[in-house]
Design a protein around this ligand. Sequence first.
Ligand SMILES: [Zn+2]
Ligand SMILES: [Zn+2]
Length: 379
Amino acid sequence: MVRILNRRGAIMRAAVLMETNKPLEIKEVHLLNPKENEVLVKIGATGVCHSDLNAIEDPTTPTPTILGHEGAGIVVAVGSSVKTVKVGDKVALSWVPYCGVCEFCLDGTVNLCESAFGPMFDGTLLDGTSRLHINGETIYHNSLLSTFAEYAVVPEMSCVKLPDGMPMAQAALIGCGVATGYGAAVKAAGVTPGSTVAVFGIGGVGINAIQGAKIAGASKIIACDIKESNLELAKQFGATHTVNTSIPDSFEQIKGLTNGLGVHYSIDCTGNTRATETAWHSTRKGGTIVIVGAFNPNQTLNLPAGGFHRVGKTIKGSFYGDIQPLKDFPVIAQLYLDGKLKLDELILKTIKLDDINIAIDSFHNHSCSNVGRTVVTFD
Ligand SMILES: [Zn+2]
Ligand SMILES: [Zn+2]
C-alpha cells in the first residue's frame, strides 16, 4: 500500500533491478510527485515482456532500475499543464511518448519522434531526471514508464485514455506487442480486404499481426514459424494456413498457396535476416514487405539485385507498428470490447508483484509459449 508523503511524493513497493543479470528485488521506493507535464498513475496491471529479460541481461541498462513498459492503470494526479487526461481516467501506457511539434510528429509519424530516445537510453523521464529514489540514491526509469511498481510517474503523452469498460489486464497488453503487431498489418502494411498476407515469426508481435490482418479483411493469412506449436496457436487467432519455414525453400509453399504469385503483404516479426529473405521471395510483384523485428546491428540483408526494379516490391521498416497511440489505442480497445480482437487468450496467467521473477525465469524455458503474456496485477 502506498504511503502518500504529500509534497514530497510517496513510498511504494516496486520490483527493482539492482544489477545486470540479477533477480528483481521487491523494495520500498520513493516516488516523487509528477512535474507539470507528467502524470501519476496507479498501476492496475503490467505485462512481463521478453524485452524486460533483454534489459536485465543488457550491460548498458542503467541500474538500479525499475523495468516494465506494458502497463495500464488509473490516473491519480496530473501536473499543472496536463490536458489530455484527468484524475480517475483509465489509461493504457505507451513506451514511445512524442513531442507533437518536431518534423516527424508534424508528418503524423509520431512513432518516429526522437524526443523519447535519449531519455530511454539514459533511464530518465523527458527532462533528463528521475522521479525514483531509495534513500536518496537514484533509481532509473525504463522506457519512461517503469510499471513493475504500484505507481508510476510518466509523461502525459505516454497516457492514453481508454473506455471505462476495458479490463485492466487486457488494457496492459495494448501498449507493446498488440499495438506493434496490429499496427504492422493495419497501418504499416495497410492490408486491404481480400488480400493475402504472410506473417513470419509467431510470437507476441506476430500473433497480433495475424489478428490485424484478419480485422483488415485479408482473405488468406499464412502463419510462418519454425515451431509447430506456434503455428497451431496462430490458427486460433485468424491464420488460414501455416508454413513451417525451417524447411529449405519454404517460400515455394507460400507461393503455392497464392496461385504461384506470392502474397500481397509479408510481415516479418523475426529479427532474423534469413526470414526476411524468405519474406522477400514469398511476396508477389508490387507487394510490400514490412519488417518489424529488430535485427542484430552488425547483420546485413541479402536481397537479389538482379531484376530489383522490375518486381516493384516495397520493403519497409516499421517501428511500434506505425502506431499513433492517442488515436490507435482506443481503436484497439474498442475492437477487443466488440469481440473482434482477442486479448483474453493472450493472458497466460496473472500473478502478484512478489512472484515476478517466476515470470522472468519462464523466458528461459523454451517449452513455454512465447505467444501471450504473464500479467502482474495489483489490488
Ligand atoms: Zn514489451
Ligand atoms: Zn516529435
